[in-house]
Design a binder for this molecule. Structure first.
Ligand SMILES: Cc1ncc(COP(=O)(O)O)c(C=O)c1O
Length: 476
């Protein structure tokens, strides 16, 4: 038996969870042979050593193929906004299956896509009132980039094509979204990437890339975006794309002035501001969009992950009225926004999106993200007593902790120790799913999380940190 098998034998009978898929590996094949047939996101040999395979889920919990139960501290990966096995969403999908599961996307749309667009526009800030549906986050950010370029071309500025984005960011795996991404570890393997993308430093105030202190710095990282636009030539720059709260850099939370300043700079140079809200959208930061949380209206807004709660692949690109209007006109000279995908706005995904949105609104899950998020944060603050938490960042139910050897001096742990990964892995052994990196851990549990479940998350992290520190002491 593997470690996971022995640790928790909570089968479906005891747990009340729906029965999942049966035997792993199947009797006809050995485990390694079976696993070699799939490529997952992780390093394959590492994955095969102790394969993490989910079988069923309910509420805020998963069960793996061996019956071990996990508290889902990360909503799958910021996706399962309204929880697992949500009755309303499942029933809506089942009903829609009987009526229409696919409509001809080359020729038009379907009532579910139209209704969801209408309802999204109603909850979106400002005049973000046209919606392009897609199937995943990368498609949405890719569409935002192409829409920005096409918008400028159609509005008489055909030389504006450059995209400014930030180091440490993640916008997706397709060539355009990857070229915009600033995560060296994921970019370098696939270089050369597309030309026309320029990177700037994000507002990592805890470790300012310019060695400055917040407020004394005059928000240099935002101002430099203006300098970059001026040096590149404003007539060549199409858009700036940012995650309002950066994820992959370790939950990069902007200061209050940062996003308003970017807005001002973009307006000054007729550059579109794109918010990648693939993670932060749909209530995660305590408002429907981080644009609301920070009070800044982007020109284009990408939303995905939590939009359909993970019940079907769905993402969307919202754009402001003046941008949407450029795609109307004489078909002889204006092709419309032809960038599209076969599965865009399919009825099953859209009905999942509609039911998910109803759940978020009617159960006030934005409010829950604020209140339980504040409770969770207080719990995490208590973990500072371990003496290795340098910073706690984030909003609502999107929180992260950066670990350091010395919180006074911010001295990091050595790479060899990979403290965040160790703690994250230990938490996983104790039945808590988080997002972990060498120096940080992030949490993004379903928006239905209760205060008691938040306490369980903190309790498992507390135990995990304590155990890892004990081990480190013994080995040093
Ligand atoms: C901020 C952000 N943008 C875009 C993406 C890409 O989304 P997808 O993996 O659905 O293509 C991700 C995925 O993690 C993301 O976190």
């Amino acid at each position: 038996m593997t470690e996971r098998e022995t640790q928790n034998q909570n089968g479906p009978e005891q747990s009340g969870a729906p029965a999942g898929h049966a035997s792993f590996p199947p009797e006809r094949m050995g485990e390694e042979q079976f696993l070699r047939q799939i490529l997952v996101r992780a390093q394959m040999s590492e994955f095969a050593q102790d394969p993490f395979i989910m079988s069923r889920a309910k509420g805020v919990h998963y069960w793996d193929v061996h019956g071990k139960k996990y508290l889902d501290g990360i909503s799958g990966i910021y996706v399962v906004s309204v929880g697992h096995s949500n009755r309303r969403v499942m029933d809506a999908i089942r009903k829609q299956m009987e009526v229409l599961h696919f409509s001809p996307t080359m020729h038009g749309s379907n009532p579910l896509a139209l209704e969801l667009a209408n309802r999204l526009v109603a909850v979106a800030p400002g005049d973000l009132d046209a919606v392009k549906f897609l199937s995943g986050g990368s498609e949405a950010t890719e569409a935002a980039i192409t829409m920005a370029r096409q918008y400028h071309r159609l509005s008489g500025n055909p030389t504006k094509y450059k995209i400014i984005s930030r180091y440490q960011s993640w916008h997706g795996s397709t060539m355009g979204s990857l070229s915009a991404s600033g995560l060296t570890s994921r970019r370098s393997m696939r270089e050369p990437l597309a030309p026309g993308f320029i990177h700037v430093f994000p507002p990592t105030c805890y470790r300012c890339p310019f060695g400055m202190e917040y407020r004394d710095c005059g928000i240099l990282c935002a101002k430099l975006v203006g300098d970059v636009i001026e040096n590149e030539g404003p007539d060549t720059v199409a858009a700036v794309i940012v995650e309002p709260i950066g994820h992959t850099g370790g939950i990069i939370e902007p200061t209050e002035e940062y996003l308003p300043l970017l807005r001002e700079i973009c307006d000054r140079h007729n550059v579109l501001l794109i918010f990648d809200e693939i993670i932060t959208g749909m209530g995660r930061t305590g408002q429907m969009f981080a644009a609301d949380t920070f009070g800044v209206l982007p020109d284009l807004l990408c939303v995905g992950k939590g939009l359909s709660g993970g019940y079907a692949p769905l993402s969307a690109l919202l754009c402001r009225r003046h941008i949407a209007d450029t795609f109307w006109g004489d078909p002889a000279t204006n092709p419309g926004f032809v960038a599209g995908h076969t599965f865009e706005g399919n009825p099953i995904s859209c009905v999942a999106g509609l039911a998910t949105l109803s759940e978020i609104l009617e159960r006030d899950l934005c409010g829950n993200a604020r209140s339980v998020g504040a409770h969770l944060r207080r719990g995490l603050e208590g973990l500072r007593r371990h003496g290795i938490i340098g910073d706690i960042r984030g909003r609502g139910l999107f929180l992260g902790m950066e670990f350091v050897r010395n919180p006074e001096t911010k001295e990091p742990f050595s790479d060899r120790i990979s403290i965040g990964k160790r703690i994250g892995k230990r938490a996983l052994e104790h039945g808590l799913l988080t997002r972990f990196d060498p120096n940080w851990i992030a949490l993004g549990p379903p928006l239905i999380l209760t205060a008691e479940e938040a306490d369980q998350i903190v309790e498992i992290l507390d135990r995990s940190i304590g155990e890892v520190l004990e081990e480190l002491e013994e080995s040093e």
